[in-house]
Design a protein around this ligand. Structure first.
Ligand code: ZN
Length: 450
């Protein structure tokens, strides 16, 4: 009976009922304030466990601190390591006065479920649970275990969440493949594309310190620390790192039909020289969104100095946000920055650092996503993507897991801007279609088709 099972599950599923459950569960979930900081997710974890227990799942609750638990539930399969569907329970702060609805009210209005975390990423978390429920309810034997993972602390780097799990409980929390946040589908006027985050940049903060002889401002000094840092910051500001990650940008653009890129007839992205590739990206309407895929970036963000308006201070420091493409080590980052600053009197150190990570852009997880999108959204394309920010993937990729970031919600710019912004919401249409896409991905990878 080849390939019968995945399709059978999809045919048996009552999608209207499942979508209704998704809406109600999400509304409840959004009323639990998991703002980080402080990032207390104990109540959310308890709620998730309750929902899972009601459905007959056993749960594991582990974490380094009582207020930072992580929740795991696994649906057993015949063999192999699990497919992990992961989401983080914490959310970024919301200033209620700026919102047109209560951010933790779980409001359903105008065809949307509103609330902090609707997109980032309690909405996806609810869909992952419903996929597991659908599989369990169907009674279909699984060829591969399906694991649900809810993490704490993602919004502040995952120290007590995914990082802690990866370091201490990989057997219980990990698997072979992992799907979580990282990119959404974009509904454009010319093309609808499902971007799949296969790589993310390293995120580091460099601290620059200059020291000089303090003194009265009426006697200017050559070793004024403020001037020294000012010079360094100006150099960083006007610096552009050489392209380092053309391959990812190329693979991303290759997914689009050549005519949508306004390439000359008969030309393909693969034919472009490196210079032409950069020129092409500069001309694209979404160019700024993909510029970062090419190179490391450096943004000075903070400068501290000063004791009084007429005092030359003994020291001045600055902080620089650094985003590095996969493959760039911390040593290489420091060397690049030192070269730009070109001043041996400015001390340089990394006060926070993670390196970029990357999973192969081909394989069974990508195949399953492509098949699901082709079935549910004919004409839409699937493209591998590199993000400038980090997700929980960064903790699992170095341990050999294939991790992708993709939430199958189709967003336009105005909806996407609400993530970490004001009036975050997810449409019922996206919940319904997202559920169908995710269900297909899961059925393809876990249902026993033999
Ligand atoms: Zn997130």
């Amino acid at each position: 009976m080849p390939q019968a099972a995945p399709r059978a599950i999809l045919e048996d599923v009552d999608l209207d009922r499942l979508t209704g459950e998704a809406i109600e569960l999400l509304r409840e979930y959004l009323t639990i304030d998991t703002t980080n900081p402080p990032g207390d997710v104990s109540k959310a974890a308890g709620w998730l466990e309750g929902v899972l227990h009601d459905e007959g799942f056993e749960t594991v609750r582990i974490g380094p601190k009582p207020e930072k638990p992580n929740v795991i539930a696994t649906l057993d399969g015949a063999g192999g390591k699990p497919l992990v569907l992961a989401h983080h329970m914490d959310v970024v702060p919301a200033v209620a006065a700026d919102w047109s609805v209560e951010p933790f009210g779980g409001i359903l209005r105008d065809g949307f479920v509103w609330g902090r975390g609707a997109l980032d990423m309690k909405g996806f978390g609810v869909l992952t649970m419903l996929c597991a429920f659908a599989l369990k309810r169907s009674g279909t034997p699984l060829a591969r275990p399906l694991r649900l993972l809810a993490t704490a602390d993602e919004e502040v780097g995952g120290i007590d969440g995914a990082k802690w799990l990866a370091e201490h409980h990989l057997d219980e929390a990990g698997g072979e493949l992992l799907l979580t946040e990282g990119a959404f589908a974009r509904a454009g006027p010319r093309t609808t594309y499902y971007a799949v985050q296969v790589a993310e940049k390293g995120v580091s903060t460099a601290k620059l310190t200059a020291r000089g002889q303090p003194g009265h401002a009426s006697s200017p000094r050559d070793d004024n620390a403020v001037v020294r840092i000012g010079r360094a910051v100006a150099r960083i500001g006007s610096y552009r790192s050489p392209p380092a990650a053309r391959e990812l940008a190329r693979r991303y653009l290759e997914g689009f039909p050549p005519q949508t890129l306004r390439l000359e007839r008969g030309r393909r992205v693969a034919d472009l020289s490196d210079v032409e590739l950069e020129e092409l990206i500069a001309t694209l309407s979404g160019g700024s969104r993909i510029q970062h895929m090419l190179r490391n970036t450096f943004s000075p963000t903070m400068v501290h100095a000063g004791l009084g308006q007429n005092v030359i201070p003994p020291a001045c420091e600055a902080f620089v946000d650094c985003r590095t493409v996969p493959g760039v080590t911390q040593e290489a980052l420091l060397a690049e920055l030192a070269g730009v600053i070109d001043d041996g009197e400015v001390q340089l150190e990394l006060v926070k650092s993670s390196v970029g990570t990357e999973s192969p852009a081909t394989g069974e997880l990508m195949d399953a996503i492509r098949a699901a999108v082709a079935a549910e959204r004919p004409g839409a394309i699937v493209v591998p993507y590199l993000t400038p920010g980090g997700t929980d993937c960064k903790h699992f990729r170095p341990l050999g897991m294939v991790c992708y970031g993709h939430i199958p919600f189709e967003l336009d710019d105005s909806e996407a801007e609400r993530i970490h912004g004001v009036d975050e919401r997810v449409s019922v249409e996206n919940l319904e279609r997202g559920l169908r896409v995710l269900l297909r991905i899961v059925a393809e990878l876990c249902a026993d088709g033999s």
